[in-house]
Design a binder for this molecule. Structure first.
Ligand code: AMP
Length: 249
């Protein structure tokens, strides 16, 4: 069983994001980039499935600029067998990525695609779902546990009321939630070994996919600054202020 894992290069989650002065987007110059955290969880899950003999090959895919090769090498250092970079300078929106992944699925014929549940830069939470729709495959999103059999998978999902367990037939798309696993630590020997693993580069046109953005960003703004708090003398004053100033009671 082949497993395809899409990995996105995003701003490192520790970085405080700066918005460009003209409001056209987020400033990416000289900013530390990293693998989308949910995608590391997805890679970990795929690698564990290979280690337990369920999967035979794990293929990491990244769509974006040449710098995404680092993201693929990291996935390979975690245990993915090879990488595919769909290289483009064009800003990619979820539908474009889903189409690229769909085209790769038609070539590679994986039984399972494990995406992150969302990319922490656009917070779209769309790509896995769109891919499942394009491929007409079952999907199980926000997975916190995955048990794969030959032709099906049991996926536990965290939902508001508790846990929901679905059984889906393969091929399918699963999206990884935070509690699915704890990704392994990548060691220097792993990184060195990953340098020797195959990494193919293709262009969207090679896959017959048009990736031009279909949505225009009108404005990106910083969140409104929170004002300083105040100390109140007693409960009576607190109640008074909540009633008359905050108007919440
Ligand atoms: P999103 O729909 O943008 O929130 O992304 C959901 C998931 O789709 C991510 O966690 C990745 O697994 C995958 N994905 C999105 N964009 C890309 C990309 N440019 N390259 C590879 N995978 C991606």
């Amino acid at each position: 069983m082949k497993i395809l894992v899409p990995v996105k290069r995003v701003i490192d989650y520790n970085v405080k994001v700066r918005v460009k002065d003209d409001g056209s987007g987020v400033d990416l110059s000289n900013v530390k980039m990293a693998t989308n955290p949910f995608d590391e969880i997805a890679v970990e899950q795929a690698v564990r499935l290979k280690e337990t003999g369920v999967a035979t090959e794990v293929i990491a895919v990244s769509c974006g600029t040449a710098a995404c090769q680092d993201t693929l090498r990291r996935a390979m250092a975690m245990g993915a067998d090879r990488g595919i970079l769909v290289q483009t300078e064009t800003e990619l929106q979820p539908l474009a990525v889903a189409k690229l992944l769909h085209a790769l699925c038609e070539m590679e014929l994986p039984q399972l695609v494990i995406c992150g549940k969302q990319a922490i830069d656009d917070d779209a939470n769309q790509t896995g779902q769109m891919l499942a729709a394009l491929a007409d495959w079952p999907q199980a999103t926000f997975a916190s546990q995955v048990v794969v059999a030959t032709a099906s998978a049991k996926v536990t999902r965290e939902i508001d009321g508790g846990l929901e367990t679905l059984e889906i037939r393969l091929p399918a798309v699963i999206t990884a939630d935070l509690r699915l696993n704890e990704p392994r630590y990548v060691t220097l020997p792993n990184i060195m070994e990953a340098k020797r693993k195959p990494l193919d580069i293709v262009k969207p046109a090679d896959l017959g996919v048009e990736v031009a953005p279909r949505l225009a960003t009108i404005n990106v703004a910083e969140p409104v600054q929170r004002g300083a708090g105040i100390k109140v003398a007693d409960v009576a004053e607190l109640m008074h202020r909540l009633k008359t100033e905050a108007r919440v009671i």
